[in-house]
Design a protein around this ligand. Structure first.
Ligand code: ZN
Ligand code: ZN
Length: 382
């Protein structure tokens, strides 16, 4: 052991390593030793946590990253909402100004009726559910004293947390039956607006896929035409023009015109083609991405769990499996009943009035207490 010359270093050395105390000639006063022991106890108590595990360490290390992401998401919340509104509006403008006149001019009356009916039903569902998802409060636990059963205490809000409640770092408060914070809504998805969120995702995915599938031929035509004219710039008129007919209703698809000069490719034609390409690319991309998200949420709803509970239940399943036990989600009422609870369907007519049509009904329950079986099977007609 190295001999400590300075009294301070010697003191620290003796206090830090017990083995040193036997060899030390200098022992600090009792008061100093007690003071050091007290400081050490305070420091250790500040760091002590009986629940510390790898997740807590991971969260602590990445806390600055989470903090930054939360702040950025909060600041840019309205930007994302504006983006949704602007992009959706741009698709609507293209549909009404370009596609609908073409449908009226070229389609059979039965197809015209179908496109008008489906397109407008889909549009109403998108607008209604997006508005309600952004404007409806997800639900918050009470902050005043109450007798509501709780499962833990939020370390940030310092209030009791009922079952299924979680803290949102972006909203900076606890959310009832929290699913996730959605930047595209600038709102948390929780007990009271989860149905609106899901129905919006479903309606938007369906709308995008509808535009993408029904506009596929128009896109191919517009793309080919744009490409052709890009290479023909500067060449003499009267060169072959193929595939313009489907797009602008002048020539049928595949017809080739060698004899007469091709119609002039105006600025308006170019804008029409570019708009159709923009619409198809945007709706296809969003349709695939949002469609995947919607399917994932549909799976979660079928299981009776939220996105957060998916992680919790997965861990519990693994933990109990090691002990030879099987974990059962207490909020899983069976696939069909899960959907009925989620959609608020309590009788047969609700499938039409509450699912296929816009409806502003509240979900069953208050989000504070949860029954194992809110619906008895014999009282819920299928
Ligand atoms: Zn909280
Ligand atoms: Zn939130």
């Amino acid at each position: 052991m190295r001999w400590c010359h300075s009294s301070l270093l010697h003191l620290l050395c003796c206090l830090r390593l017990r083995v040193c105390t036997r060899k030390c000639r200098f022992r600090p006063p009792v008061l100093l030793r007690e003071l050091w022991a007290y400081v050490k106890l305070v420091l250790q108590s500040l760091q002590y946590n009986s629940l510390t595990n790898s997740d807590v360490v991971f969260d602590s290390v990445f806390e600055p990253v989470f903090w930054t992401v939360d702040r950025i998401t909060r600041w840019f919340g309205m930007v994302f909402v504006c983006l949704v509104v602007v992009l959706t509006s741009s698709i609507l403008v293209i549909c009404y100004m370009i596609l609908l006149p073409m449908v009226f001019a070229t389609y059979h009356p039965a197809w015209i009726t179908w496109h008008l009916f489906y397109g407008h039903w889909n549009l109403v569902m998108i607008i209604f559910h997006y508005y309600k998802a952004t404007k409806t409060s997800p639900g918050y636990p009470p902050i005043v004293k109450n007798d509501i059963p709780f499962v833990s205490v939020c370390k940030k809000c310092i209030i009791p947390k009922p079952a299924r409640t979680h803290h949102c770092g972006i909203c900076n408060r606890c959310i009832l039956k929290m699913d996730h914070h959605c930047p595209w809504l600038n709102n948390c998805v929780g007990h009271f607006n989860q149905r609106y969120f899901f129905c919006f995702c479903l309606a938007m995915s369906m709308g995008c896929m509808y535009c993408s599938i029904s506009g596929r031929n128009l896109f191919l035509d517009a793309y080919n035409t744009l490409e052709r004219f890009k290479h023909m710039d500067g060449e003499r008129p009267g060169v072959p023009v193929t595939g313009m007919g489907l797009l602008i209703g002048i020539l049928p698809s595949g017809q080739t015109n060698y004899q007469t000069p091709s119609p002039p490719y105006t600025f308006r034609d170019r804008m029409v083609h570019k708009s159709i390409i923009y619409m198809w690319v945007l709706t296809s991309t969003v349709g695939v991405a949002l469609g995947g998200l919607t399917v994932w949420h549909a799976v979660l709803i079928s299981r009776g769990e939220t996105s957060i509970e998916r992680h919790i239940n997965f861990k519990e399943t693994k933990r109990l499996a090691k002990r030879g036990k099987v974990y059962k989600n207490p909020f899983n009422y069976g696939k069909l009943n899960n959907w009925k609870v989620f959609l608020g369907v309590q009788k047969r007519s609700h499938w039409l009035t509450r699912v296929l049509l816009p409806s502003g009904h509240n979900p069953p329950g208050d989000g504070l207490t949860w029954d194992v079986l809110p619906f008895k099977r014999d009282t819920v007609p299928v």
